[in-house]
Ligand binder design. Structure first.
Ligand code: AKG
Length: 265
């Protein structure tokens, strides 16, 4: 299971990266499985019904590190929204525009996660997924952000084989141009929670000072003042995730939710 510091980091960054958590023999198998394509499942299929016992996706999701992170983020038995094998062809000549994966999503107390699995070593030339840390709570519509070519502090994924990244559904991302001679695979699964996302992780370190420090992270693409909005939105999400309506950073939420009802004598 994730701990509170890791969850706070996910709330601030919008992603959680786990390097080389899938063993080498499964990565080798994945290159064949993904090359053949993974049959789709209907939207909203419960996880336990989506992938047959022993199938590759099932074994991937049963790996303890993967299962623990997934359960911490969305709880037991989420639904599969959809999955897809993403292929970036050698020397394909173009990148994907920066985008979020769906329409504007105004949920403040729930989120989907997307698992991204990379079965090969991904080099810079292979066009690993671009993402913009801390962009997930800036609600945008699909590829509204597509004209942004590069943002300060963006991340271009370079990773060892067997890396799994969990994304908050709102994170701005896009496949980069593959300038190598190698086909680059990524398997993505989107999960919808079916339970309230409250204290689903190991909360024994909830009072750790590093929790607030993580939630207060700023990123280079924020201008000084606009970054306040992200911190405000993180506080709202952290309140929903913990049930602690008194949590705040520098009074941001307390200030704008102050509506005294007392009538003066
Ligand atoms: O191929 C990639 O690196 C990212 C693809 C992706 O996430 C998408 O198409 O939404």
């Amino acid at each position: 299971m994730l701990n509170s510091v890791q969850m706070a980091r996910f709330v601030a960054y919008g992603s959680l990266r786990m390097d080389a958590v899938v063993p080498a023999e499964m990565n080798a198998e994945a290159l064949e499985v993904l090359g053949d394509g993974v049959p789709g499942v209907p939207y909203g299929t419960p996880l336990s019904e989506a992938y047959p016992q022993g199938s590759f996706p099932r074994r991937l999701l049963e790996l303890p590190a993967v299962a623990g992170a997934l359960r911490s983020l969305v709880g037991p038995e989420p639904d599969i929204d959809h999955h897809a094998v993403h292929v970036r062809l050698p020397r394909e000549g173009q990148a994907q525009p920066l985008h979020g994966d769906a329409i504007i999503d105004v949920r403040r107390d729930a989120f989907d996660v997307q698992l991204m699995y990379y079965p090969q070593d991904v080099t810079l030339e292979m066009g690993g997924t671009l993402s913009v840390p801390g962009s997930h709570l800036r609600r945008t519509n699909e590829s509204d952000t597509g004209r942004y070519q590069n943002l300060r502090g963006q991340d271009r994924l370079v990773c060892p084989a067997g890396t799994v990244v969990f994304l908050h559904h709102g994170l701005w991302h896009g496949g980069r141009r593959n300038d190598s001679d190698t086909v680059r695979y990524m398997f993505k699964i989107r999960f919808n929670p079916t339970v309230r996302q409250r204290r689903l992780w190991d909360t024994s370190d909830l009072a750790d000072r590093r929790v607030a420090r993580e939630l207060d992270t700023t990123f280079p693409w924020y201008e000084h003042a606009t970054g306040r909005l992200e911190r405000y939105n993180r506080v709202l999400l952290w309140r929903a995730l913990t049930g602690d309506d008194s949590f705040d950073l520098d009074h941001w939420v307390t200030r704008v939710s102050n509506r005294p009802q007392e009538v003066p004598a």
